[in-house]
Write a protein that binds this ligand. Structure first.
Ligand code: ADP
Ligand code: GN1
Ligand code: MG
Length: 364
């Protein structure tokens, strides 16, 4: 980061209420969407400053209304200490600052936990699942009708499929011919796309307030005491199916390889990690799940992994405009790891279903 940029970011950080004596601003975390910075000050206070990706989140006012609503609700209903609750720091009475460089928001920096960025241990993943399960339970009474769809059709896999087909047809970067195998993988499984949206439409699955981006690094974990601290990255908290939250946690956590691993022999679906996630998640929400949710929860993992792979492939075909990339071909590598995981999970579907049943108390 250049000195000019840094000084500008310091000035932006200091525009937020109570943020003073900033000594450093540095890039932070491994998110794919926003630009995240750690703000250090002369005192012991630290903050997270984020430039919101307003190409993706086009109505920042409504997005921030969602986040303020959810963070305040959680703070009011939890026994957790204040410093472990995510808080939007205002600026002149507003939850974000619009500048020439984009829209910025500031959160308190939560130091009691860290993001897991590598392949988790079964214990770590269990704690992560407990965190997302507890988050889901905590928002059970939240007025869902007040939530704005920050990304419409975010997990509508059928709509995602249409966008994928358009990207294949348009082939704006001339990459289609080199990824025919991956394209076939997606089209061969089109039957997956309607299953959850169809069940939601027909009222067979209930809508709930869901996080929708339950990637392992979106929950901060106290790795000394092995407990979940705070769920972060609330941009996509919307009405959805609990299958999405279970599913994305498994997608990101139950692989033995990194999301962008090039050597697919290192990428396998781990039954041990899956079982740890199911135990943690179902342990927190189990009593509230409907029969239909219990029966389909495992499919959420296959669907979220398939959908995410399709999104990475779409982005690759469109020229890498959505997910941040740090090297050539990274989105294609990401798509391939997801498809490897889908294949592995398909072979273990019965085990996955039975494991959920076990933790939901449906069999021994
Ligand atoms: P993105 O949408 O780009 O994924 P996130 O909101 O997830 O952005 O933030 C990126 C990373 O920054 C997280 O994975 C986490 O490691 C870190 N982070 C975000 N907010 C906080 C916070 N309030 N306290 C501590 N770390 C945070
Ligand atoms: C993005 O923001 P981040 O990095 O936690 C994406 C998720 C994907 C994930 C794949 C708003 O999550 O949907 O599953 O990358 N978030 C958004 O790693 O699109
Ligand atoms: Mg994130």
């Amino acid at each position: 980061m250049s000195e000019t940029n840094k000084n500008r970011l310091i000035a932006i950080a200091e525009a937020f209420d109570g943020v003073e004596g900033v000594t450093n601003v540095s890039q932070y975390g491994m998110g794919h969407i926003n630009d995240t910075y750690l703000v250090e000050t002369k005192g012991k206070e630290k903050y997270i400053l984020q430039r919101i990706n307003d190409k993706i989140f086009t109505d920042v006012d409504k997005l921030m209304q969602n986040i303020v609503g959810v963070t305040e609700y959680i703070s009011a209903h939890t026994a957790a200490p204040k410093e472990e609750c995510l808080r939007v720091i205002p600026t002149s009475g507003k939850p974000y600052l619009r500048t020439e460089e984009g829209c910025f928001r500031t959160y308190n920096f939560i130091s009691a936990g860290v993001s897991i960025e590598h392949v988790p241990t079964a214990e770590g993943l269990y704690v992560s699942a407990k965190g997302f399960g507890a988050f889901q339970a905590a928002l059970d009474g939240y007025p869902a009708e007040t939530l704005f769809d920050s990304i419409p059709d975010f997990h509508n896999t059928a709509v995602r499929f249409k966008k994928f087909v358009a990207a294949v047809e348009n082939d704006v970067c001339g990459r289609r011919a080199s990824v025919q195998k991956e394209i076939d993988f997606v089209t061969d499984r089109q039957r997956y796309c309607d299953r959850v949206v169809g069940a939601l439409d027909r009222g067979e699955l209930p809508y709930r307030v869901t996080h929708n981006d339950t990637k392992v690094n979106n929950v901060l974990i106290d790795v000394v005491n092995m407990r979940p601290v705070t769920v972060i990255d609330l941009d996509t908290v919307m009405r959805g199916s609990i299958l999405y939250d279970f599913g994305d946690g498994v997608r990101s956590g139950a692989s033995t390889g990194a999301e962008d691993e090039r050597d697919l022999t290192k990428v396998n679906f781990s039954k041990e990690l899956y079982a740890a996630y199911a135990k943690g998640f179902v342990g927190e929400v189990g009593g509230r799940l409907t029969e239909a949710e219990i029966g389909m929860l495992h499919f959420g993992a296959i669907l979220m992994t398939y959908e995410c792979g399709m999104r990475f492939l779409t982005d690759y075909l469109e020229g890498d405009t959505y997910f941040k990339t740090h090297r050539e071909g990274q989105n294609l590598d990401r798509a391939r790891t997801q498809f490897k995981m889908v294949q592995d999970m398909e072979a273990e579907e019965e085990f996955m279903r039975e494991t959920v049943m076990k933790y939901a108390g449906k069999r021994n």
